[in-house]
Design a protein around this ligand. Structure first.
Ligand SMILES: [Zn+2]
Length: 183
């Protein structure tokens, strides 16, 4: 099910029965929306059921994504087993991008995936590193490095407060790094 009934969402658009299917020469009511591309998920056409089905058959959702990540994604979708991430982080990044894009496709305009609350065990570490959830390995490293630069005891002449902050930052970094694979 990769299409949605018009009435299920998009309250900013009046569910007028008079909207025609945008497929050329079609006179059926356009009740389903179809994104124009996966890079433009908020930009869509209204189609009738028959044409939205045709659209979905032709829509190569995975085009442009990392092949190994697609493999993992499909295996996960079919078996429910999360990949073990023995592969490089590039694959993991791509996998998460697929998840995001697919979620956006199925729930147009929704930020629910991104706005999912962080697990309680990560909240303190996220606050310490001034980060949002979910995060990527790159974001984690960037925040960690920036804070280390600022609070490293060496640059603060052995200041005790800096030393405490530095320790907290490092602990938080390890916690977040460890859980990078769990979402
Ligand atoms: Zn049509």
């Amino acid at each position: 099910m990769s299409y949605q009934k018009k009435t299920d969402y998009a309250p900013h658009i009046a569910p007028e029965a008079s909207v025609r299917c945008e497929a050329e020469g079609c006179a059926e009511p356009g009740m389903y929306k179809a994104p124009k591309s996966k890079n433009r998920l908020h930009d869509y056409r209204w189609l009738c059921l028959e044409h939205v089905r045709e659209h979905n058959r032709q829509w190569d959702f995975f085009k442009g994504f990392d092949a190994a990540a697609i493999e993992d994604f499909i295996r996960d979708a079919v078996t429910g087993h999360r990949p073990t991430w023995s592969r490089e982080s590039r694959v993991r990044q791509s996998y998460h991008q697929i998840q995001d894009a697919l979620y956006e496709f199925l729930n147009p305009g929704s930020k629910a995936f991104r706005a999912a609350p962080a697990p309680p065990k990560l909240q303190k570490a996220l606050r310490t590193l001034e980060m949002n959830y979910p995060y990527t390995a790159r974001q984690l490293k960037r925040h960690y490095r920036a804070l280390v630069k600022k609070h490293h005891p060496d640059v603060n002449r052995g200041d005790k407060t800096s030393e405490e902050i530095f320790k907290k930052i490092t602990v938080a970094y390890r916690v977040l790094l460890e859980h990078l694979d769990s979402f």
